[in-house]
Design a protein around this ligand. Structure first.
Ligand SMILES: Nc1ncnc2c1ncn2[C@@H]1O[C@H](COP(=O)(O)OP(=O)(O)O)[C@@H](O)[C@H]1O
Ligand SMILES: Nc1nc2c(ncn2[C@H]2C[C@H](O)[C@@H](COP(=O)(O)O)O2)c(=O)[nH]1
Length: 228
């Protein structure tokens, strides 16, 4: 069994690369609950009121996905549960959670992570982190077009997104639950350029070989599923 998780800021390309990668490797994609998430639009309309509820919602859905992913066969997840605290801490730091909500959240997170420790497989096999600059992030958010994520919806979103990028750098550096690698999301347009897509997939395949999750002589034409 091999579990790959994607990480990165909003609009970095996680869902897109999850689809491309799982299709390429012949594995199952697991997507974050976004378009069917009833709390997300509420959060963007009134962040202070809904930050805690949204976090509990995401934590719950992420916990479900990761439990499935860690018990099923090979798969790719479009965001890691390890990013959950990054989002909540950032929101708490800008005054969107009470001290009681902060304490309750961390206790809940601790309990849930304790449950994961009891799973036969505790951690993913590889984290693929997509790095993007602020300009790229905004272009992609515009391209995707969710109204409540647009800068025109709320003038404080510029600061929120810039802050999010600042939180991601130390988060990635500290991350040590599994081997990890970075993809340059500014440089590679893996959506429209076949050449760029190949480069990115090659980088991931090379890393999977390096960490012993693909045979060294694997190539797509051999059509072998990633190794248990
Ligand atoms: N590397 C890329 N090059 C060009 N467009 C991209 C790239 N990655 C994602 N996109 C586009 O940006 C938007 C956001 O991508 P998405 O995969 O939803 O990001 P995330 O899941 O990280 O929030 C989508 O419209 C997608 O087509
Ligand atoms: N406050 C939080 N917001 C979150 C969290 N995880 C995702 N999100 C938001 C950000 C986007 O608006 C949307 C989808 O995220 P993508 O990165 O997939 O575009 O949901 C979170 O934990 N807390």
């Amino acid at each position: 069994m091999t579990v790959i998780v994607l990480s990165g800021p909003i609009g970095a390309g996680k869902s897109s690369l999850t689809g491309i990668l799982s299709n390429y490797l012949g594995t199952k994609p697991f997507y974050e609950s976004v378009d069917d998430n009833p709390v997300l639009p509420l959060f963007y309309a009134d962040p202070k009121k809904y930050a805690f509820l949204l976090q509990v919602y995401f934590l719950n859905t992420r916990f479900h996905s990761i439990k499935d992913a860690l018990t099923e066969d090979n798969n790719v997840l479009d965001r890691s549960i390890y990013e959950d605290a990054l989002f909540f801490q950032m929101n708490a730091d800008i005054g969107r959670a009470t001290p009681e909500e902060v304490d309750t959240y961390y206790e809940l997170l601790h309990n849930m992570m304790g449950e994961l420790d009891r799973m036969p497989k505790k951690n993913p096999d590889l984290l693929v982190h997509i790095n993007v600059s602020y300009d790229t992030m905004i272009k992609r958010i515009q391209k995707r077009g969710r109204p409540y994520e647009q800068l025109s919806y709320d003038s404080t979103l510029e600061d929120y997104y810039k802050r999010l990028l600042r939180y991601y750098k130390p988060w990635y550096e500290k991350y040590d639950y599994s081997p990890k690698m970075e993809i340059d999301g500014d440089k590679y347009d893996f959506m429209s350029s076949e050449e760029d897509r190949e480069v990115v997939l090659d980088q991931i395949v090379d890393k999977l070989k390096e960490v012993g999750k693909l045979p060294m002589d694997w190539n797509k034409s051999t059509d072998i599923q990633i190794e248990a």
